[in-house]
Design a protein around this ligand. Structure first.
Ligand code: NAD
Ligand code: MG
Length: 380
């Protein structure tokens, strides 16, 4: 039996991870953590019988305790609770399906407790890749990518016997506003930005995909996961989302992973690596498809991507500023407190104001996050 815990079990990646668990009989869920949706969490507890679950707020945790009083599952709360789920004694793999840099401390705790990480929570890698990668080496744990592009790169590297990567070709759908210019984006509403052409995902990453900041975060994520510099990473718009990313070697050979847009594939691959198992679902039909398209990304309109390259190139605490500014700006956009284009303006403003700290510690990363939030709150 493979034993896992999941941070963010009620979200898009979390629920799809549990679908994979449901299909495979040799996997056991020991711990779950969720934010607010205790109705769904209760169902998950009754189906998967975890020993312990974490709920962010005390209030919700008390409600949940009443609902599940007839079960043996323990309920814990807050950051301590997340860390407890991340470090559960018998768990072997932690699936980080939580959204945002709140995943930072639990992920580090899990690595220090020797857990392999099935990493969906890209914000953690973006802000602390320089801490996480050496730590994973030190504690001899594997970081298995769940993000579809990074899983595709990881899959394209299988069987490679130490040849260097010449280039990573990171594919992007281009999102719902591909081809649009600044003047078309002035009055984008939340509903418009939440319509992704190919993938169904959580709200924050769906907005990030529309601004292309998601691709920017993925450039930085790839830099750490595959030990390349950001200028070896080329973003290629591939609107059908069939090619999930590619690796170019020194001799010009390009290896790619293709598939239907289904996150269960990268999730299952991370959980069972290096084994490939049957996965129900649609298959690609190349006769039906006919053709694939490719474009260059528009980094002038979607300059969040350009800012991410800058943050990735300069490193230090600048990626934390990019990420934290984006997290708060997107949550404000979702609450209709800022306009669509302000997301990118806020990121740029915070990055310009920041005095970069080289090689920041965890405390300095969290401090940078807090300062970035303060700057945004004191705007206007
Ligand atoms: P989501 O919003 O659907 O789910 C987030 C989960 O985190 C929920 O279960 C929520 O309850 C939980 N959560 C949020 N705040 C919490 C807190 N304070 N304490 C405990 N739990 C908390 O998000 P998602 O789309 O599943 O994305 C999760 C992560 O995976 C993100 O980092 C995202 O960038 C990454 N990712 C997602 C996809 C996708 O297809 N959805 C693809 C690639 C990468
Ligand atoms: Mg992705």
């Amino acid at each position: 039996m493979k034993k896992i815990a999941i941070l963010g079990s009620t979200g898009s990646i979390g629920t799809q991870t549990l679908e994979v668990v449901r299909e495979n009989k040799d996997i056991e869920v020991l711990g779950l953590a969720a934010g607010k949706n205790i109705e769904l969490l209760e169902q998950q507890i009754r189906e998967f019988h975890p020993v312990c679950v974490a709920v962010w707020s005390e209030g919700k945790a008390e409600e949940l305790k009443v609902k599940i009083a007839d079960t043996d599952t323990r309920v814990v709360t807050g950051m301590e609770g997340l860390i407890e789920i991340a470090t559960l004694e018998k768990a072997e793999i932690l699936v980080t399906a939580i959204v945002g840099m709140i995943g930072l401390r639990p992920t580090i705790a899990a690595i220090q407790a020797g857990k392999d990480i099935a990493l969906a929570n890209k914000e953690t890698m973006v802000t602390a890749g320089h801490l996480i990668m050496p730590m994973a080496k030190e504690y001899n744990v594997r970081i298995l990518p769940v993000d579809s592009e990074h899983s595709a790169i990881f899959q394209s590297l299988q069987g490679n016997k130490g040849n260097p990567i010449h280039k990573i070709l990171l594919t992007a759908s281009g999102g719902p506003f591909r081809g649009k210019k600044e003047e078309d984006l002035l009055n984008i509403r939340v509903e418009d930005a939440l319509k992704h052409p190919n993938w169904s995902m959580g709200q924050k990453i769906t907005i990030d995909s529309s601004t292309m900041v998601n691709k920017g975060l993925e450039v930085i994520e790839a830099k750490w996961l595959f030990d390349v510099n950001v200028d070896q990473i080329q973003v290629v718009v591939q609107p059908q989302s069939v090619i999930h990313s590619m690796v170019e070697y020194e001799d010009g050979a390009v290896m790619a992973q293709l598939g239907t847009p289904d996150m269960k594939l990268p999730i299952q691959y991370a959980l069972y690596y290096p084994e490939r198992r049957y996965l129900p679902g649609d298959r690609l039909d190349f006769w039906e498809m006919g053709k694939l398209d490719f474009e260059k990304p528009d980094m002038e309109t979607f300059y969040g991507l350009k800012l991410a390259y800058k943050a990735g190139r300069e490193g230090g605490s600048l990626p934390t500023v990019l990420n934290a500014a984006n997290e708060l700006a997107v949550s404000k956009f979702l609450k209709r407190e800022v306009k669509y284009l302000e997301i990118m303006e806020i990121i740029e403003d915070c990055m310009n104001a920041h005095k970069n700290i080289a090689n920041p510690s965890l405390e300095q990363i969290l401090q940078t996050e807090a300062e970035t939030y303060e700057r945004i709150e004191s705007r206007r």
